[in-house]
Design a protein around this ligand. Structure first.
Ligand code: NDP
Length: 333
């Protein structure tokens, strides 16, 4: 499910129309506008690569759906996700990045010049491409989940857990992410419910043991979430226990926060014909670099990182991608 919350755009490059007509030649094309894409743009622009950046469907990326960001170095008082992304965008614009709105619909990476099609019509021939399309958190698809987005519903415990210090929260999922998020929250919150739809956890053995041995984590096996309730903010979750069984029952838990940890989908689909990915879709990069299997195509941020998934690590990998692109272009020359 995509959760759109487009940035308020400002500056001369905002919402620039995609040029039409003949194939456009670009030295460095950046696809995606989260912290990885904007950081790559800042570095690429300062290296005179004249980058063109396409913002994609969710300008600013996943951070635009979070509230306060307190763990990005340089913001001692914290900053909201949208404001931080606007700052990064302004910084990328300042050095001349051509920021455009558009969706990459197809690519052809079979030749030495990389063809990228935007909005099914505009053809770009790029000497180098930086993929920073991010990942999309999976949601359950409940109406009430949407209603309380940013008011008790989150898909990132590391980002938002602090706001639930001393409170009761729930985490949905039974994999490693859910187990990690539950452990993280257990260190901050009064009580953590782990809502697992199966009678077992899928997480690794060591994480399972940690979860089961943490006194303030209660695992609710064979529970599915029906809906969230509350006056403006999440106050209660209605669960169905043993759905479809003879002893099916409705259960209510009082909570202040509801965290989704049912997986992410990396946004790598348009590239997967040419770019090697793992089975779960994450782009494979050569360790210690942002290089993909195609020369001149680099990947950074969450589309290639299922382990850390932090704004600061995404920004760091965006810097790597721009430096790798710059070196590739100067060697090619
Ligand atoms: P997973 O796909 O491993 O787990 C997703 C979990 O969410 C499963 O328990 C699944 O249930 C549950 N789920 C999915 N859809 C729903 C739904 N609609 N309602 C309720 N529950 C649902 O995703 P993760 O993000 O946990 O992990 C992804 C990969 O990353 C894994 O390979 C994992 O091992 C790895 N990882 C590694 C870490 C580490 O090594 N430190 C940390 C985090 C992740 P069910 O089991 O019933 O399908």
């Amino acid at each position: 499910m995509s959760l759109f919350k487009p940035l308020e755009t400002s500056g001369e490059n905002s919402k620039k129309e995609t040029p039409k007509g003949e194939a456009e030649k670009v030295r460095c094309l950046i696809i995606g506008s989260g912290p990885a894409g904007y950081t790559a743009a800042i570095y690429a622009a300062r290296a005179n690569l004249n980058p063109v950046l396409y913002e994609g469907l969710q300008p600013g990326g996943q951070l635009t759906t979070t509230t306060e960001v307190e763990n990005f170095p340089g913001y001692p008082e914290g900053v909201t996700g949208p404001v931080m992304m606007e700052d990064l965008k302004k910084q990328a614009s300042r050095f001349g990045t051509d920021i455009r709105w558009g969706l990459v619909t197809d690519v052809d990476f079979s030749g030495s010049v990389h063809k990228v099609i935007v909005d099914d019509k505009h053809v770009i021939e790029a000497d180098s491409v930086i993929i920073s399309t991010g990942a999309t958190a999976k949601y359950l698809g409940l109406e009430s989940e949407n209603k309380y987005m940013g008011s008790g519903v989150s898909a990132c415990a590391t980002c938002d857990g602090f706001f639930y210090k001393g409170k009761d929260v729930a985490v949905v999922g039974g994999g490693d992410t859910a187990a990690e998020e539950a452990m993280y929250l257990a260190g901050l919150c009064n009580k953590v419910y782990l809502i697992v739809r199966k009678p077992f956890l899928r997480a690794s053995k060591v994480m399972q043991e940690r979860v089961m041995n943490t006194p303030n984590v209660e695992v609710l096996f064979e529970h599915n979430t029906k809906e969230l309730r509350g006056e403006g903010v999440v106050e209660e979750a209605i669960l169905i226990k043993r759905k479809g069984e003879a002893d099916e029952a409705e259960v209510s838990i009082k909570i202040d926060g509801f965290f989704l940890a049912i997986g992410h989908t990396p946004n790598s689909a348009p590239f997967s014909k040419y770019i090697n990915t793992y089975d779960d879709g994450y782009i494979k990069t050569i360790p210690g670099s942002s290089k993909t299997n195609v020369a001149g195509v680099f990947a950074c941020g969450d589309v290639q990182d299922k382990t850390y998934r932090q704004a600061v690590t995404a920004a760091g990998s965006g810097c790597m991608a721009a430096i790798d692109a710059e070196r590739y272009l100067s060697e090619k020359k």
